[in-house]
Design a protein around this ligand. Structure first.
Ligand code: CMC
Length: 426
């Protein structure tokens, strides 16, 4: 793979390191042998570190490109449905019609959770955050499948993946129903993936719930736009947890925990709360100044991205979707006025231009979710639901590798060197 070498000169020592070329993107310097020469690399926050090989998703941050298995996200969001995208992420190729129907049937038949899962919810406080419930109950799933957890058996791995893709929406909807004191709604096999989720969220035994096709389409698109995103914090968390041989349910629960933070999946919830706090267009300049003030920890939620430095291609689709949904549902949301004006001002402001900060996917997804009736504290849960396929695809890819190693970074130690301990009485 590598004929090219990089030479590192340190204190008169010359170390040759292979340079590897990916199928797309930046070349990488393979530093794996550096430890033998007495050095480690230092890169907190992984600003320039490739942690693995992967053939699933490609991002070109400078040019705003996102490809899943080679297909641009814009095309997938408009021409494929979420389950098609799930299939290609997991299996490597887009499904044929037959494969698609078999896959859909398999996922549909796995949507019900063991009745014992219902009992877990009674242990939570009524006001528990649904992410707390999702994280705990996802981890608990492993206790129901202990005879099907052989991580080196590809079929067992795929069965776990199907269960996770199928059951996380059920658990997510249960977390919501529990929080509002309504009975859990069982999954329905006659409905599509997004429709079934909406039905479990919003139907009640006392009356018929009509699923709007526009809402189901918007939901499916949100799932697609969040399906995978290369080696982000939560996916890297899933890989690191999985590298020790942990079971897939435990690994995905770790991913849910990592996603929860406001710098990652929690941004959509934080963004909507921020828009509500800004309240009206006149208040925007005050918040722009706060975001620019170095002494103020406030940041514009839904702005900026570690990798995209030009445009977030997911945000481009989501922005269109946002306008379409509000028009189709005939919802006139004052928060949208605040969002659009905030976007306009920030995009013209030197601070945001210089730092290459522009709206990311979460800036618009919160508005769409609000329009379709999803409560704010469920936003990150929906991100987790959508991303489950990405997490489990990366875990499956990693576990299928030969010589897969436990993830074990090193450090730049800054503590005390060895010193003598005095017993407490002295
Ligand atoms: N508002 C104001 N200033 C910002 C913002 C923001 N949203 N984001 C970054 N900056 C500034 C930051 O203060 C820093 O300035 P300086 O160089 O003067 O110290 C500079 O821009 C670089 O920021 P950074 O924190 O070093 O950049 P990062 O790559 O480590 O962080 C980020 C990326 C997404 C965590 C960050 O932009 C942020 O906190 N954004 C708001 C939260 C958000 O919307 N997150 C969702 C990301 S998209 C969904 C997902 O994939 O998870």
């Amino acid at each position: 793979m590598a004929d090219r070498k990089a030479t590192l000169q340190i204190d008169g020592q010359s170390i040759e390191l292979p340079v590897l070329s990916p199928t797309a993107g930046k070349d990488v310097v393979d530093v794996r042998t550096l430890g033998k020469h007495g050095y480690f690399t230092f890169d907190p926050g992984f600003l320039a570190t490739g942690s693995c090989e992967s053939a699933i998703t490609y991002i070109d941050g400078e040019n705003g490109v996102l490809l899943h298995r080679g297909y641009p996200i814009g095309e997938l969001a408009t021409k494929a449905d979420y389950l098609e995208v799930c299939y290609m992420l997991l299996h490597g190729e887009a499904p044929t019609e037959k494969q698609y129907h078999e896959f859909k049937n398999t996922i549909t038949k796995h949507t019900m959770v063991h009745q014992g899962i219902h009992n877990f919810f009674n242990g939570f406080r009524r006001d528990a955050h649904p992410m707390a419930m999702l994280c705990a109950v996802t981890g608990a799933l492993s206790s129901f499948y202990h005879d099907d957890l052989e991580i080196h058996d590809e079929n067992q791995r795929l069965r776990s993946a199907y269960r996770l893709i199928a059951k996380i929406p059920t658990i997510a909807a249960m977390a919501y129903k529990f929080s509002i004191g309504q009975p859990f709604v069982y999954p329905r096999n006659d409905l599509g993936y997004a429709e079934n989720f909406l039905n479990m969220m919003f139907s009640v035994p006392a009356e018929d719930y009509k699923i709007s096709p526009a809402v189901a389409r918007a939901m499916d698109r949100i799932f697609t736009l969040h399906a995978d995103h290369e080696q982000n914090a939560s996916t890297s968390t899933v890989r690191l947890a999985g590298s020790s041989g942990a079971n897939p349910y435990a690994c995905i629960a770790a991913g849910v925990a990592s996603l929860w933070g406001p710098a990652h999946g929690g941004a959509n919830e934080a963004c909507l709360r921020m828009l509500a706090e800004i309240g009206s267009v006149e208040n925007i300049p005050k918040y722009i100044e706060k975001a620019k003030d170095k002494d103020d920890p406030f940041r514009l939620m839904g702005f900026g991205h570690r990798v995209y430095k030009n445009t977030d291609p997911r945000a481009t689709v989501m922005r269109e979707s946002c306008h379409e949904v509000l028009k189709e549902l005939d919802r006139d949301d004052p928060l949208l006025d605040v969002a659009m004006e905030l976007e306009r001002i920030a995009l013209e402001d030197d601070y945001f231009i210089e730092k290459k900060l522009f709206p990311n996917v979460d800036f618009y997804s919160g508005i769409v979710l609000k329009a379709i009736g999803i409560p704010t504290n469920m936003f990150t849960v929906i991100f987790a639901l959508s991303r489950t396929v990405g997490w489990v695809s990366h875990w499956h890819e990693m576990m299928g590798e030969e010589n897969q190693k436990i993830g074990r970074p090193r450090q730049l130690y800054t503590g005390y060197t060895k010193r003598e301990f005095s017993p407490i009485k002295k």
